[in-house]
Design a protein around this ligand. Structure first.
Ligand SMILES: NC(=O)c1ccc[n+]([C@@H]2O[C@H](COP(=O)([O-])OP(=O)(O)OC[C@H]3O[C@@H](n4cnc5c(N)ncnc54)[C@H](O)[C@@H]3O)[C@@H](O)[C@H]2O)c1
Ligand SMILES: [Zn+2]
Length: 365
């Protein structure tokens, strides 16, 4: 499947997403054409290189044997920082990268965000290609052109918009992905379905077992649906001035939970709890049927995602963290809430007392 994101400006920019079982077998030829006469510099998550690197020769990928053109990066959230970008940039310079080069990022969201950020500023910008290898990166971070690194003060505080020229998604990579990481990506799939794809929702409800055993065909379907939805939203609102905010469903509270647990709770798990909070809020103000909330909770439970807030976290601290979040608009508490499975609205008039009630009802101290 091929999805195009048309970003209508002069000159027109198009970002393409190719999704397919066994796509990695065709990638040699595809990349040769896409790169043209550009020299490729590969930035690989070191862990992914160890698992998959030895297959690249047999797959015929244009991995140059010229020394220095494969750069290994030990991907982890603490390494997603400006110092890593500088280090990678210096390695590119010493290996001869110039304005006619391109970066190919292979790995999860951390590698993709760092490599794409580097591509956006290296000699004022060179093309970037993405080969995402986690489910989260395949359905979310590799699509849409947001790049960035963290500061000690907060996540993703430095960054750019730089659309990848092409994204190559092969669900085969997920065969080596640990279950816990698959679950983090599934939270974003469930989020996409809740935002705008009831068919995807039903598909996940009936095919969770096949997804868990990494059936490539089933994975390709959920990845395609999620990417298509994100692509449509990004096309309508690349820089997040309106519609793109829908993608933050579950993230306002999710980010607060990540922060308050010192990032011990993982992102997808926190987003799942955040979606339950948004849904309960919506139910209490009469905008969501109790039955839809129930379906959300039971789907999250199928995936062993937390649907309650740990009692050790105080409701007031969540309110504080939400208020400090960059996504807040003015003084009102502001949330994306579901109104049914497959549709969300932006609700800007949330009363703080009601929010605290919901947090406590869902387990917060
Ligand atoms: N740019 C965006 O729009 C956007 C959107 C969502 C998230 N993000 C960012 O994405 C990051 C999270 O991405 P992530 O969850 O992919 O994390 P990650 O890149 O840290 O990968 C998770 C773990 O999986 C390992 N891994 C990767 N592929 C593997 C494979 N095929 N087999 C086995 N192990 C594999 C990695 O080495 C790592 O240990 C965060 O920094 C977040 O801010 C960005
Ligand atoms: Zn997310």
């Amino acid at each position: 499947m091929k999805i195009e994101i048309n970003l209508g400006e002069a000159p027109a920019r198009v970002s393409e997403i190719l999704i397919g079982e066994d796509l990695m077998k065709d990638l040699g030829g595809v990349l040769h054409i896409a790169l043209g006469n550009r020299s490729a510099f590969w930035i690989w998550d070191e862990a992914v290189w160890e698992l998959w690197g030895n297959r690249t020769a047999e797959l015929g990928w244009p991995i140059d044997t010229i020394e220095g053109r494969i750069i290994l990066f030990t991907a982890s959230e603490p390494e997603k920082r400006l110092a890593s970008v500088e280090l990678l940039a210096r390695r590119m310079v010493s290996a001869g990268a110039n304005r006619n080069s391109a970066i190919i990022a292979v790995g999860g969201g951390v590698t993709g965000d760092v490599a794409a950020f580097l591509a956006s500023i290296y000699m004022r910008g060179i093309p970037c290609f993405q080969i995402p290898t986690t489910l989260l990166a395949q359905v979310d971070s590799s699509v849409g052109g947001k790049t960035g690194v963290d500061l000690p003060e907060g996540k993703n505080l430095l960054g750019t918009f730089h659309q990848p020229q092409q994204v190559y998604i092969d669900p085969g990579f997920l065969t080596t992905l640990p279950d816990e990481e698959l679950r983090q990506g599934m939270a974003e799939v469930i989020k996409s379905a809740m935002i705008g794809d009831e068919v995807l929702w039903k598909f996940v409800e009936s095919n969770s077992a096949a997804i868990k055993r990494r059936d490539p065909n089933t994975l390709a379907r959920i990845i395609s649906a999620s990417c298509l939805l994100k692509a449509k939203i990004v096309e309508a609102d690349e820089k997040e001035s309106g519609r793109r905010r829908a993608l933050n469903l579950g993230h306002t509270v999710g980010h607060a939970l990540e922060k308050l647990t010192g990032f011990r709770l993982k992102h997808g798990d926190c987003v799942a709890t955040g979606m339950v909070v948004a849904a309960e809020l919506s139910r209490r103000i009469g905008k969501l049927h109790a039955e839809d909330l129930q379906r959300l909770e039971s789907l999250c439970e199928t995936w062993e995602m937390p649907v309650r807030i740990p009692a050790s976290i105080k409701a007031q601290d969540i309110v504080g963290a939400v208020r400090a979040d960059k996504k807040r608009i003015g003084d009102k508490l502001h949330f994306i809430i579901p109104v049914r499975i497959g549709e969300v609205i932006e609700f800007t008039e949330i009363d703080q007392g009601k929010f605290v009630e919901v947090l406590k009802a869902l387990g917060a101290g």
